[in-house]
Design a protein around this ligand. Sequence first.
Ligand code: GH3
Ligand code: MG
Ligand code: MG
Ligand code: MG
Length: 323
Amino acid sequence: ATTRDVGLESILRFPVDGTGIAKNARILLIDERPESIERIQRILSDEGMVDVQIDPQTGFFDAIQGNHDCLIISSNFSDFDPLRICAQLRSLDNTRSLPIILVADHGEETLIRRALELGVNDYVVRPLNPNELLARLRTQLRRKAYHDGLRASVVKTYEMAVTDSLTGLHNRLYLETHLATLFKRAVERRRPLSILMTDIDRFKLINDNHGHDGGDEVLREFARRLRRNVRGSDLASRYGGEEFFIVMPDTDATLAAIVAERIRREVASTQFIINQSGTTVPVTISIGIASVLPKEDSVQNLLKRADEALYGAKTSGRNRVVS
Ligand code: GH3
Ligand code: MG
Ligand code: MG
Ligand code: MG
């Protein structure tokens, strides 16, 4: 299946009807009147966990922790406008999609209209009808669950789109997007930046001798070694086939050559073990380095120089680093 299929499939599978409501919903109730709190708690006793805050400020800070599935808030407090909280919650990333249900008193039409304009999702009017409150709450919980599922699915689809499925490294799409950003930043800040273009030597022979699966295992093991040898701030990616790319911010040509040589030696000095058969495979790599020059004009030039350096490493005998 393609990345697109999988993303779409998980969106379609997500329950949108009434059957998928979690019984463990976490509801936040902000209300200061004891008899109202007690009534709402009784109505919700089967729906999940209800956290109660009687002070609106404290309730606000509780809400922005992002741990709740719905906020139920009373329309009146002795000296506080609850709509201020609602407006703030709508402006914060963590709570932008938190469902809010307002519990209003009879005759508060103006306040209800203001609340809905601010993005409060729904309201109920006292005296509370238990079935109505439950129905409105469940609608909001369902909407929240759907929204959360959709967001998780979008994140997952994105991650798949920028990850190489064989090695788990970033892929070419990710590299090309982020290299442009890192390059621009380096030039603007006059910071060094180097890239390593890495290609496994005679990889066709490895495939020929150990099969395509054996070749795949070599690629995976190479990716693991690569990861071990770069910093968290470096961007390691599989560019395609048996070509890998490492982008190293804040790294000048001298340091890049040291890192490249360390990787080359680590690959050449310890044979790769192909798990299934226990066969050992000697592997060597060639690396071309390019570093951003003062007044570097484009990513394309940088890539071109790395490619030329790699070509130089290949033609001068392989298993070497060329700058
Ligand atoms: P050189 O030293 O000049 O780089 O020689 P080479 O054999 O590595 O050169 P070439 O780039 O021509 O061959 C790369 C081979 O990698 C060809 C292709 O069949 C193989 N290959 C590409 N992608 C994969 C993959 O995902 N898995 C495996 N096992 N092989 C792959
Ligand atoms: Mg080649
Ligand atoms: Mg090769
Ligand atoms: Mg190649």
